[in-house]
Design a protein around this ligand. Structure first.
Ligand SMILES: [Zn+2]
Length: 187
């Protein structure tokens, strides 16, 4: 049987966005993230990070730095007894590669994760801090996208609402809404 998942943008959703974050020591988990992770795992979902890391293509940092940041996220989750089930990132940037199939809002990362982890994207959800994250989730076929409060919220929330996405304060809030919705529909 296929699994269902929460796809999560990284910077601004899992950790605070410090722009082209590539130093593990600068990773700080956002409030409500670990709690949300606990709730979604308890409900049988997987947690998959999908992140654009164009800084790799731009030569700002190496893919090793991306891996080090992901390792740091896992370390920070240990005290909560939690972990991320998969990290997928696009190392490309339009200034370097005209076209790739994985930079969000393209859905390539979602498809790769779905193949690897046996995920049914149609029963899965996307949480991002920018409208392009939510569009990526929609392009992949996710059931619903959530815009989480961050630096971009004031600018992106009106557009997100107009496009049918839901706005939340934290990842935990998004997960709670999904669990309520699923309870109501009996799935
Ligand atoms: Zn790419």
């Amino acid at each position: 049987m296929k699994r269902k998942a929460f796809f999560l943008d990284r910077d601004g959703v899992v950790n605070f966005d410090v722009r082209y974050c590539h130093e593990p020591e600068k990773i700080e988990l956002k409030p409500g993230f670990a709690e949300g992770l606990k709730l979604l795992h308890a409900a049988g979902f997987l947690a998959v990070v999908v992140t654009n890391q164009g800084g790799v293509a731009l030569g700002m940092y190496e893919s090793d730095a991306v891996d080090a940041c992901h390792k740091r996220i896992q370390e920070l989750l240990v005290p909560y007894g939690e972990k991320i089930d998969g990290f997928y990132y696009c190392p490309h940037h339009p200034k370097v590669q005209k076209d790739c199939s994985c930079r969000k809002p393209k859905p390539g990362l979602f498809f790769r994760a779905a193949l690897d982890l046996g995920i049914d994207i149609g029963s899965s959800y996307m949480i991002g801090d920018r409208i392009s994250d939510l569009e990526a989730g929609k392009n992949a076929g996710c059931r619903q996208g959530f815009l989480v409060d961050s630096f971009y919220f004031a600018e992106h929330a009106p557009k997100a609402r107009k496009a049918g996405f839901l706005c939340v304060s934290t990842v935990a809030d998004a997960v709670k809404q999904v669990l309520e919705l699923e309870k109501a529909r009996g799935s």
